[in-house]
Design a binder for this molecule. Sequence first.
Ligand code: NDP
Length: 333
Amino acid sequence: MAEELRWALIGATTIAREWMINAIRQNGGRIDSVMSSDAARGRAFADEFGIPRSTTSLDEVLQDVDAVYISTTNERHHGECIAAARAGRHVLCEKPLATSYEDAAEMIEACRIAGVVMATNHHLRNAATHRAMREVIASGALGRLLAARVVHAGTLPIQMLGWRLKTAGAGAGALLDLLVHDTDLLRYLTGDEPEEVMTYAQNGGLAIEGIEDAAMSLIRFRSGFLAQVHDSFTTRAQETSCEIHGSDASLIARDNMAQKPAGTVTLRDRNGERALDLDPEDYYVRGTRAFVATIRGEGRPVATGEDGLRSLAVALAARRSAQSGKAERVEGS
Ligand code: NDP
């Protein structure tokens, strides 16, 4: 493989525009092509970002590149990932990996068979806040881990007021969009596995009828650890947060569930409280660096395909629970 990794973007999207083109280029990547289902929009996107080729064809976008970044709507990830893997391309895929457990499992299997690297773009693992929390938890300072409270609630910027609120087939709704991140973060922080979920979904008038624009979930993990999670697109003035409570101490992160490096973490124990020292870095640059290093045989993805499957399984169980009114088992747990 050449020194410079050659990339294709599958999807001319907001996340590519705002974060991932920079992340790929900051890591020495060369973006050779972009695929959009709309030829004119794809061309305009390519021109704006100095990308030499744009196409509407999946076969074409996969030619002469080493890696793809998939950020189309969620129901498209499955077919695009499998095609990329079969063409021998490494895959960095957006969350949720897919809209069904089976599809996500097939994606992982296709990448395994093809021998390509697969990663899920769970960016919150890269936050300085969360890395610092993980270190404190791993040190044992919290004692026995007992409970978490996560608030991943706010408003959607105007460019996100589309399929997320109205296209059920694309995996719309707060659960597939946000709960996957919360779940992944809690798995990353605690090393524990979610087993059961109870969810109440809400429509606060932003999403179309039948799609939740907010939800509250209670997740039970294998060790007995419990997490209470509020996901929402509809609250204007709410601060995001993640609290991890143990028998000896608590960690409290504020303003931390974001795309921009932000947030604080406080450790509270019997001696009082202190703010953790943080070393912030762009989350997407850091995640892409690990993906590239893995391709070069020098590391592992920050979040693997399997991690993406685990977080999706929880969001799907939450959706089932919101329908059934009962606690639902997390598939594969
Ligand atoms: P966008 O709404 O920007 O794009 C999704 C799809 O909609 C695109 O693939 C595109 O189709 C089509 N599209 C984009 N812009 C337009 C337009 N102006 N007119 C008509 N169609 C358009 O998606 P996001 O960037 O918000 O999300 C994409 C993926 O990334 C999702 O899987 C999402 O869950 C994930 N995501 C992840 C984040 C993270 O931090 N990890 C944050 C935000 C999103 P085409 O490409 O065919 O042109």
